[in-house]
Design a protein around this ligand. Structure first.
Ligand code: PLP
Length: 402
């Protein structure tokens, strides 16, 4: 008897319905592949929304975690532990900056960046107390806390969760003139995703990120790059801002930083920025714990060689060529960089959800977003053969619907 139906019913019975998962119950994973409770194998083309850039159970990450589990896992930041400095140094060097503040989830790191920017605004820029504003983009996705959903433009994320945190100004993504009009003497930061993931893998027009950098310099405003999904090799570079030669004032990182094993997030910035925080003003019981740091250090080492970034660039070109060939065959448009793609399916054929269900039946896991778009973000350990096979499955799903 198949175990999947009962496992799905149990999950449905005992959890809040804040997700609408595909009907797949995963039991184990290895590299780019997972196996469900009934022994069916799937190519994971979502990779935990980029939290699994190094694949499931990368041997070096598992080894680092095991070694740390045998020594010490948690101290709190009331004490210093012997994994802490190595992680912070390694990550600061990877970002080419001075200081790192580790947290756990992506949303916590975004909240950290918001607090740091506000304090920087009051203490360094000289914004009058309580007046700081942060400019954000329409269709942003930065997490789920009450402050972050306050500046979401997605009704599902925002409605019914007010009262909302003030101090945010929203502009269209990719529009430099609108941004220039929105930044004023109270603006402490511009907070952007270099590529908008949840919005459908939207790549801004060429020159936008460099223009944001110039504008922030001219107006003495911080540029915060939320690289939680776009960073750490996903787009073929360590950070997506590199495609335009941009260095932000704050990197916000998460997801893949935890190697798919533990939640690890961080903010990385120069001393003049992150140095504004004093003891007692911010923290987290679990942030920067020994297990997180041991895994995070190994993640940084994997990225330091550039191998994953090169794989992502080369395999990404292959993926995008294959997806491009499907335009007009049931695909309306394809966007993205590296091993990251937003694929708009012809809405006359099916919804994104239906496309993902049919792909799952054929052994490919992907996730829909906003109507008819599906997102593909396979682990960077995926092979060219895996990608060709996934493309064949997508072509077959489209063919069957036409
Ligand atoms: C760009 C971006 N920022 C922030 C987050 C929030 O991260 P978390 O779910 O770990 O809180 C996400 C998650 O999808 C994201 O894609």
């Amino acid at each position: 008897m198949l175990r999947t139906p009962a496992a799905l019913a149990d999950a449905e019975r005992w959890t809040a319905h804040n997700y609408h998962p595909l009907p797949v119950v995963i039991a184990d994973g290895d590299g780019a592949w997972v196996t469900d409770v009934d022994g069916r194998r799937y190519l994971d083309c979502l990779a935990g929304y980029s939290a699994l850039n190094f694949g499931h159970r990368h041997p070096r990450l598992i080894e680092a975690a095991h070694a740390q589990l045998d020594r010490i896992t948690l101290t709190s930041r009331a004490f210093v532990h012997d994994q802490f400095a190595d992680f912070c140094r390694g990550l600061a060097e990877l970002c080419g900056t001075d200081l790192v503040l580790p947290m756990n989830t992506g949303a916590e790191a975004v909240e950290t960046a918001i607090k740091v920017a506000r304090k920087w605004g009051y203490r360094v820029k000289g914004v009058p107390d309580g007046r700081a504003t942060i400019v954000v983009a329409e269709n942003n996705f930065h997490g789920r806390t009450t402050t972050i959903v306050s500046f979401s433009t997605d009704p599902d994320a925002r409605d019914d969760f007010g009262p909302y945190t003030p101090g945010f100004v929203t502009v269209p993504y990719g529009d430099l003139d609108a941004l220039a009009a929105a930044v004023d003497d109270t603006t402490v930061a511009v907070l952007l995703e270099p590529i908008q993931g949840e919005a459908g893998v939207l790549v801004p027009p060429a020159g936008y990120l460099a223009g944001v950098r110039r504008l922030c310099d001219e107006r003495n405003t911080l540029f915060i790059a939320d690289e939680i999904q776009s960073g750490l090799g996903r787009t073929g570079r360590t950070f997506a801002v590199e495609h335009e030669g941009v260095v932000p004032d704050m990197y916000v990182l998460g997801k893949a930083l935890g190697g798919g094993i533990v939640p690890v997030s961080a903010v990385a910035a120069r001393r003049e920025v992150l140095g504004v925080l004093k003891p007692g003003e911010h923290g987290s019981t679990f942030g920067g714990n020994p297990l997180a740091c041991a895994v995070g250090t190994e993640v940084v080492k994997l990225l330091a060689t550039g191998e994953f970034q090169r794989r992502s660039a080369a395999l990404g070109a292959h993926l995008h060529a294959g997806l491009g060939a499907l335009v007009g065959q049931g695909v309306v448009a394809v966007r993205g960089r590296g091993l990251w793609a937003g694929v708009d399916i012809d809405p006359a054929l099916m919804t994104g959800r239906q496309a993902c269900e049919r792909l799952a039946e054929r052994g490919v896991l992907a996730k829909d977003t906003h109507g008819s778009t599906i997102r593909l973000a396979p682990p960077l350990v995926v092979t060219e053969g895996d990608l060709d096979w996934a493309l064949e499955q997508l072509a077959a799903v489209l063919r069957e619907a036409r």
